[in-house]
Every structure is written in C-alpha cells, then in structure tokens.
Design a binder for this molecule. Structure first.
Ligand SMILES: Cc1cc2ncn([C@H]3O[C@H](COP(=O)(O)O)[C@@H](O)[C@H]3O)c2cc1C
Ligand SMILES: O=C(O)c1cccnc1
Length: 340
C-alpha cells in the first residue's frame, strides 16, 4: 500500500517495542522495594514506556498536546447540541489560554503553541458523500506527522492529540462502527448533549453515512476519506509521527480514539505505543479501545475531547517512569525481600 512517501516512510519506521528494554524494566520492577506487582498499572506502564522509548529506565523528557480543529459538513444535519461557529470561537479561546485543555496542559507541564497548517474549509457532509478527497486525507496525515516531528525535535517523548470540531462525535462513531464492526447504536452517544430525539436522528444520520459511503473498515485511508474529518486525519498523523519517533502516544477520548483506530488500521504495530488515558462517557470510545486491546488509565466521566483526558493522564505516566527510575532496590536499601 502506498499513501505518500512521507506517510509510507513514517509507517515503515514504526516497529515492535524494544524487547531488551522491556526485559530490563521488567527485571528491575521485580527487585524494587515493594511487593512484586504492588504498583499495579504503574508497573506495566513503566515497562511499556521502556519498550516504547527504547530505554531500560525510561525518562519523560517533554510532553506535548497537539490540538487540532476541524469543521464538519454533517453538522448541518443537526447532530450536535451546539452550532458550528463554536469551533473557530473555541480556537480563539485555545490561543487565549482559556479552554479546559489550557488549564490541564499547564497542569501537566505541556505547553501549547499555535501552528497554522490548513487542509481546507471543513469536511463535506458524510451523510451525502465522502468527507474529503484522497489528496486531502494524505495532506491531513502529513500535517499531523510534521507536527509530531516538530514536538519530538523540541524534546517531547510523550505526545497526545486533542480535537475541536462541532459535530465530530458523528464521524467518530461512523469510524468506530466501520473499523470494529459494532452496531451504530452501540457506538453513538450524546456528544455535546443532544436529547433523546436528537440521539435517534444522529444514529440514523450515521447509518446513512455508512450506507452512502460503504467504507472498508480494514483500510484506514478509505475510512478517513469517506467518513472521517480533517482534525481526525491530522490526529491520526500525529499518532503515526509520534510513534515513528519512538514517542509514547497518549490517546485522549472518543475522537482521538477514532483517529487511533485509523492509524492502527494503517499500522497495526502502533497499538503497542498507545497509552489510553481515560474512558470517555461516549459509549463508542470503549468499543474502539477494546478492539485495539487497550485499557484506559482513568475513568473521570469526562466527555470533552481537546486532549483533556490525555493531559490529565500525563502526570500519571510520568509517575510510572519515576517509580521505576527513583525507587531503591531491596539490595540498595538493605530491605529483606520475600525470599529471606
Ligand atoms: C464549548 C465547547 C467546547 C468543546 N471542546 C471540545 N468539544 C467537543 O465537543 C464537540 C463534539 O461534540 P458534538 O459531536 O456533539 O458536536 C467537539 O467540538 C469536541 O471537540 C467542545 C464542545 C463545545 C460546545
Ligand atoms: O470523548 C471525547 O473526546 C468527546 C466526547 C464528547 C464530545 N466531545 C469529545
């Protein structure tokens, strides 16, 4: 499969985890001053990080949340509780530092910046035809790869994407249904808060989008082109680009999860480099995570996107690395281990 030289090269650079680093981290976890396994997910997370970063004692050198915005033609079908103009208004809010992701990224020590790399004036209405051309889909992936590379060059090795795009839980549900084969009703939620009638209409719209477009769920490019969105494509590119640079990819909520499914279809090995930050209230999120074999770190009953769940999980990921790096071994501390 050839997508473009940059995308192909990026996918080719994503391999399995570093087995030697995984083995070393696992062995070290076994001799640190605690009952084996007692740090639970912090232990498995530190071992996964070792494999991703290729370091026996992995160190987080920088954190980045790349927030991407996109408009959705399908918003005209009334699938959101908010009007489409909220998307550019929120972009101004991001730049001013007043959004939830600004507060949580500051809390995590991941600082925001603004990059303008326009793909186009929003995805077309997926209830009537494809979201975008193949050229646009390729451009989305390339913009995402370049953004991840910029952050990796600046020292980040923990990278998350975040979304802003009124209507985007609709393509995310379509993507999740197409990739996992789950029924539309089981992966469709209220998004920003549509009522019961709105939810029924949204499910019908997503069914129509899948009927009209017939995406091949095994083909990430086909899914992105037919039922995706610009920010979703860029987020998939961010994930591919970050993974290719041996960075850990922190997966946020439902929209990021849909992007992660697309990147996973393009490169199955990438899932080992995903850290699922939280479980969104959107029912389709967990369906997508399960398909990729991921179990989220947090369940905070969040349903916002923007990368908020990912930013919130970043200090936990760092904590996992710090325990592995900073704890004493039984021998070092003169503590008797369980065999004594
Ligand atoms: C003020 C505001 C800020 C947001 N930040 C993220 N979203 C999230 O909600 C939207 C998706 O839900 P739906 O598919 O129902 O439109 C996206 O913009 C997503 O980023 C927001 C939504 C609103 C209203
Ligand atoms: O989980 C998410 O990312 C999400 C859920 C609802 C609305 N916007 C985003």
């Amino acid at each position: 499969m050839t997508i473009s030289p940059l995308v192909d090269q990026t996918i080719a650079a994503i391999g399995p985890l570093d087995a030697a680093a995984v083995a070393a981290a696992e062995a070290r976890q076994g001799v640190l001053t605690k009952p084996p396994g007692s740090l639970g997910r912090l232990e498995s997370l530190s071992i996964q990080l070792a494999g991703i970063l290729g370091q026996p004692i992995p160190q987080i050198t920088g954190k980045a949340v790349i927030v991407v915005a996109g408009d959705h033609g399908v918003a005209a079908e009334g699938v959101s509780a908010f009007p489409a103009e909220v998307t550019p208004q929120m972009v101004f809010n991001f730049v001013a530092g007043g959004a939830a992701i600004n507060a949580l990224a500051r809390h995590a020590g991941a600082n925001p910046g603004l990059t303008i790399a326009k793909v186009g004036y929003g995805a077309a209405n997926i209830a009537r035809g494809p979201a975008m051309s193949r050229e646009d889909a390729v451009r989305c992936l390339e913009i995402g790869i370049n953004a991840a590379n910029e952050q990796a060059d600046a020292g980040a090795n923990l990278i998350a994407g975040g979304d802003m795009g009124i209507g985007n839980t609709t393509p995310s549900a379509a993507i999740t249904a197409a990739v996992t084969g789950a029924d539309v009703a089981s992966v469709t939620g209220r998004g920003t808060g549509v009522d019961d009638a709105g939810l029924e209409a949204k499910i019908a719209t997503i069914r129509r989008a899948l009927e009209v477009n017939q995406p091949d769920g095994s083909d990430g490019m086909d899914v992105l082109t037919k039922v995706g969105g610009f920010e979703i494509g860029v987020l998939a590119g961010v994930m591919l680009g970050a993974a290719a640079r041996n960075c850990a990819v922190v997966v946020d909520g439902f929209i990021s999860g849909a992007a992660a499914l697309i990147a996973w279809r393009l490169c199955p090995d990438i899932a080992q480099r995903y850290i699922a930050a939280h479980r969104s209230v959107e029912p389709g999120h967990n369906v997508g995570l399960q398909a990729m074999g991921l179990s989220p770190l947090l369940d905070m009953e969040m349903r916002l996107g923007e990368g908020t769940g990912a930013a919130l999980a970043m200090p936990i990921v760092e904590a996992a690395a710090k325990c592995l790096a900073e704890m004493a071994t039984f021998t070092e501390a003169g503590v008797s281990d369980g065999d004594d």
